[in-house]
Design a protein around this ligand. Sequence first.
Ligand code: ZN
Length: 275
Amino acid sequence: MSQLPQLCIHTITTKPWSLDQCLLNYEKVGVKGISIWRNALENQDLSTVNRRVKSAGLETVSLVRGGFFTGNTKEERQRAIDENKKVIEEAAQIGAPLVVLVCGATPGLSIKENLKQIQEGIEVVVPFAASHQVKLGIEPLHPMYADKRSAVSSLRVANQLALAINSRQVGVTIDVFHVWWEDDLDEQIKICAKNNKLFSYHICDWKLDMSDMLNDRGLMGDGIINVREITKSVEETGFRGYHEVEIFSNQYWKMDQNEFLNLIVTRYKQTYHLN
Ligand code: ZN
């Protein structure tokens, strides 16, 4: 079996599998990291997850996801804060050092108002996250999601937000799918790292014939993102974290998941010219 020390897979990538199937099969092909989505934790005894991950020879990289801090009413925003505290507790329980944040956007509110509410929401949960020793990664999303998923639509804005919050607990999660188009990407990656905010790194691809805004992400090599080049920029800053494969795809979820996993490994090796 080849050694792939930086390869991490998100459980959502192989959504048809249970957490135990993910653990068993990832380990078999040399995956070292796992980012766990909350849906994979349903009906699980959280107190045993940490031990199960470790005994499968894997490391938990993050819990996905928290966020969605915006709302039309105070009550809505309070519910979001309560929910984020729950996510942080779950992360602490399963030994995940990081919660990835999809920050939220409420249709009808201005981008500025959404961003203000996001900042306030994160600031409220920071002490709770700190006391649980869980970090928070602001993941900027592609602007096509600015309507209802996230008003944080570029790495530049994520960097500004993380700086404004000014807590060691809060940084940025970079996902090639969301930021590949940014003309100042290299510069923003450098700024992110210089601020000690580069917390985690997601990879996949952008298909030219994308049929669904959410569930038709490509596997590396399916589309037009130069994942290797972006990774080079990320690693030139000194980042040595995982390359996390995170793909939502109706097409790939229909495949035999073992075949899909083998394909992920093949494409991963091709992407980074590994043997
Ligand atoms: Zn991502």
